[in-house]
Design a protein around this ligand. Structure first.
Ligand code: C2E
Ligand code: CA
Ligand code: CA
Length: 758
């Protein structure tokens, strides 16, 4: 029996030794306690082993003293362990110190027992086939030690059981095992502490190993397994695990949604997601990533599928798992973002940048095709917004987009460039001018529900792509430049960009850049054209500008006035001219010729850029001349453009003494009607009446009527452009009393004018 116990103890010691060795790597607080426990357990076994081997009473006594001492500390650490293990730290400093003190006293008492035998002594007994063993013979004092031990055990058990009942089922076993073994040890101890061999010693070994196992081996792994499963189940990505043969082993909640029978996702070939995954796995047997589109009830579902192959340590295939991510929402969002980034939100056509990009791509890819860039631009679109409602404006734009999208044959790429400007790329062979000046013009149809009719002109500019390497933006600019040549025109709706146009534009650019210098260097000259009575008496003159250019020679106003009108530079030029006229009047006044007037021209654009009223009042003051000598020629167009404002301005100028003349009367559209509301001092009839008339009789009748009408309204009439005696006679007979024209004299420099008439 002794031999059996000795060998068993040796084995237990070896096992504990291994556990101690293994825990060495761990470094936390719990490991520190576990290590002590293992060492103390090792000690307990060792002293028993030594006692059994030594056989003498003396050594038995020493070993028993040490044995009880070790159990004291073993239980102390056991208590620490239990508390640490269940998560309630044993950190009450005072209680801890008190306990250590108590145990220290007990330890000393146990050691002293060797000499004093105040706790126990040993009694040899014969047992197990005649062998001599020693049995404890305890004194009542020994029970103090026993009490201490029982107290420690109780505390340990309380904390462990407390935890057993509170912990989730899942964790319960890890506390229960330790507690149960502890109870077993106590029972064994109570039963055998006075028997020849204390079998509870093995209990310590088992408990120590159990603790080691629970802390480091058993529980963490099981816990880990369970936890991992929970994590996998709850993952937001789908997880599908296939075994080595491609059979489904596991799929988590997210994958279940995608693999759901009810919601069968199918790809174009009719495979379900699971089938497709299996194919992928069987074909590849290696990691890969795919973006795959499936269909569900007619809607696209885009999945990102990552296949990860599983191998064992010997690199043998074990199966594979798929991480499946539903990217549909993300992709739809991206699509939407891309749509908004590339399309105009009002009309749904491409926006400017995208039009340029797409057109550029097309032009590059179709080198052999003859292509055009067409631009459209609605006349006075701003006015539609002002006159009606921006809703009508939007309707017009949508209508425009609709015409381009649905009716414009051959439009390859098209988009809204900005405001009311659209761009179209098309084949030259598909371009139909008739369509663009005809059908394309119906942009206002259906935009008004009150049955009002309003004619809009949709200007069309065409650039035939000759230099294919130009950026599309430049090509479009050229189409728009073509439009700029007809803008404001009621007759021409379409214009082509060609070299002549380019040359014109370059020339215009040149004029614009030279304007300022020209004023400074006094290159602008005032010419005067006399205005006469029928009898040839001089009444005054119209001031007409000439540009005496040092290189280009004499430039007539028809060449530069429209250019300057486009960008507002005209106001600088006009102001300069008005000043010259006033200076001239002042000179004449000083020479005693204040019976003559000078007529100056006011461009419609001047009203935008200048305070016209203030300008003239200032000039009159500056040169101390009478406003009566300054006639102001306002064109009919200017009046039409801003009727109320002009009416008020004209009357203000008249009140200040200026004579206001309506220039080019009859060239515009609403002439007669206007006379009703605007009181001008003189009506200057446009020479178009004398020139371009196809049906002379008719235009003569109109002329007669205008002259008669103004006579009845008491407005004097002057006719310009009188070139022949016949014309003069006719006008005279009609009742016109003032004339201007080549018949009398062409415009001439001031010096010449003075020489001739003074
Ligand atoms: P407008 O105000 O109608 O000026 C009359 C134009 O008719 C002048 O041309 C004049 O030379 C021309 N003319 C006069 N009698 C006859 C004739 O018997 N036969 C023909 N065929 N033409 C005649 P011009 O000087 O070339 O001026 C052209 C236009 O330029 C002017 O038309 C006017 O609108 C504008 N303009 C001229 N000077 C100025 C100016 O200082 N400021 C502004 N804003 N415009 C000006
Ligand atoms: Ca004029
Ligand atoms: Ca005129």
């Amino acid at each position: 029996m002794r031999l059996f116990v000795v060998i068993s103890l040796a084995v237990a010691l070896a096992v504990l030794g291994i556990c101690i060795y293994k825990t060495n790597a761990e470094k936390n607080e719990l490991a520190y306690i576990v290590k002590r426990l293992l060492w103390l357990g090792f000690g307990v076994l060792l002293v028993n082993e030594v006692a059994l081997i030594a056989k003498t009473e003396e050594i038995y006594l020493v070993m028993d003293c040490i044995y009880f001492l070790l159990t004291d500390w073993l239980l102390y650490y056991m208590l620490q362990f239990s508390m640490e293990y269940v998560g309630s730290k044993f950190d009450d400093y005072v209680k801890r110190k008190l306990m250590i003190l108590l145990l220290a006293v007990d330890s000393v008492s146990l050691l002293l027992n060797y000499g004093f035998h105040h706790l126990f002594c040993l009694k040899p007994v014969e047992a197990y086939g005649g062998e001599i063993y020693y049995r404890l013979d305890v004194t009542p004092v020994f029970y103090i030690h026993y009490l201490i031990i029982m107290m420690l055990v109780t505390f340990c058990l309380i904390s462990l059981f407390y935890r057993v009942f509170r912990a989730p089922r899942f964790y319960r076993s890890r506390y229960l095992v330790i507690a149960v073994i502890m109870v077993a040890i106590v029972i064994m101890n109570i039963l055998t502490y006075q028997s020849p061999i204390d079998m509870s010693v093995f209990g310590y070994a088992v408990e120590a190993v159990c603790i080691y196992y629970c802390v480091y081996v058993f529980t963490p792994q099981r816990l880990l397994r369970k936890t991992l499963l929970l994590v996998a189940e709850d993952m937001s990505v789908g997880l599908l695990v296939l075994d080595v043969d491609g059979k489904k082993l596991y799929h988590n909640k997210s994958a279940r949604k995608l693999l759901d029978e009810e919601r069968l996702l199918k790809d174009k070939e009719g495979n379900t997601l699971e089938e497709w995954c299996r194919h992928l796995y069987m074909e590849h047997h290696m990691d890969c990533n795919r973006e795959k589109t499936f269909e569900y009830q007619g809607e696209e579902v885009t999945l990102n599928v990552h296949l990860q192959i599983m191998m064992d340590v010997n690199k043998k295939l074990q199966g594979g798992y798929f991480v499946i991510q539903d990217r549909t929402q993300e992709i739809n969002k991206l699509k939407k973002e891309k749509y908004f980034a590339t399309h105009d939100s009002l009309t749904g056509l491409y926006n400017k940048a995208h039009f340029f990009e797409k057109a550029e791509q097309y032009i590059k890819e179709h080198k052999e095709e003859e292509l055009l860039i067409v631009s459209t631009d609605i006349k006075d679109f701003k006015m539609i917004n002002d006159l009606f409602d921006s809703k009508i404006g939007d309707m017009v734009l949508n209508r425009c987009a609709q015409i381009i999208r649905e009716q414009t044959k051959g439009a390859l790429v098209y988009g809204r460039i900005e405001g009311d400007v659209f761009g179209i790329l098309m084949k030259k062979s598909d371009f139909d001018e008739k369509y663009f000046v005809g059908e394309m013009q119906k942009v206002f149809d259906g935009c008004m529900d009150e049955g009002r009719t309003y004619q809009l002109i949709n200007y069309v500019g065409v650039y035939e792509i000759a230099e294919r390497n130009l950026p599309v933006s430049v090509m479009l600019d050229r189409a728009r430049m073509a439009i700029s040549t007809i803008k404001g025109d009621y007759h021409d709706k379409i214009a082509y960009y060609d070299d002549r146009l380019r040359e014109n534009i370059r020339y215009e650019q040149e004029l614009i850049s030279e304007m300022e210098g020209a004023i400074e260097q006094e290159q602008f000259r005032m010419y005067l054209q006399p205005q006469m009575t029928a009898e040839g008496r001089l009444l005054g003159a119209e001031a007409l500008i000439r540009w005496q250019h040092p290189v280009k020679g004499m430039i007539p106003p028809g060449e530069f006035i429209p250019v300057f009108e486009k960008n507002g530079l005209i106001s600088d030029v006009d102001r300069y001219m008005w000043e010259m006229a006033c200076r001239q009047l002042r000179e004449w006044k000083d020479e005693g010729r204040d019976d003559l007037y000078i007529s100056v021209n006011i461009s419609p654009k001047d009203f935008f850029f200048l305070n016209v009223y203030q300008e003239f009042v200032n000039l009159i003051k500056k040169y101390e001349i009478s406003p009566k000598n300054l006639k102001l020629e306002i064109t009919e167009t200017a009046v039409v453009m801003d009727f109320e404002h002009q009416k008020e301005l004209i009357s203000r100028l008249q009140k200040s003494g200026f004579i206001v003349e309506m220039d080019d009367f009859g060239s515009g559209y609403s002439s007669l009607n206007m006379l009703k509301d605007i009181y001008v001092d003189v009506l200057k009839i446009d020479m178009a009446f004398l020139k371009k008339a196809e049906d002379e009789v008719r235009s003569e009748k109109i002329l007669q009527m205008i002259i008669t009408l103004s006579g009845q309204l008491d407005i004097p009439v002057i006719t310009e452009g009188v070139e022949t005696k016949e014309q003069l006679d006719m006008l005279k007979s009609m009742g016109c009393d003032m004339f201007q024209g080549y018949y009398f004299a062409k415009p001439m420099p001031v010096g010449e004018f003075e020489n001739r008439y003074f």
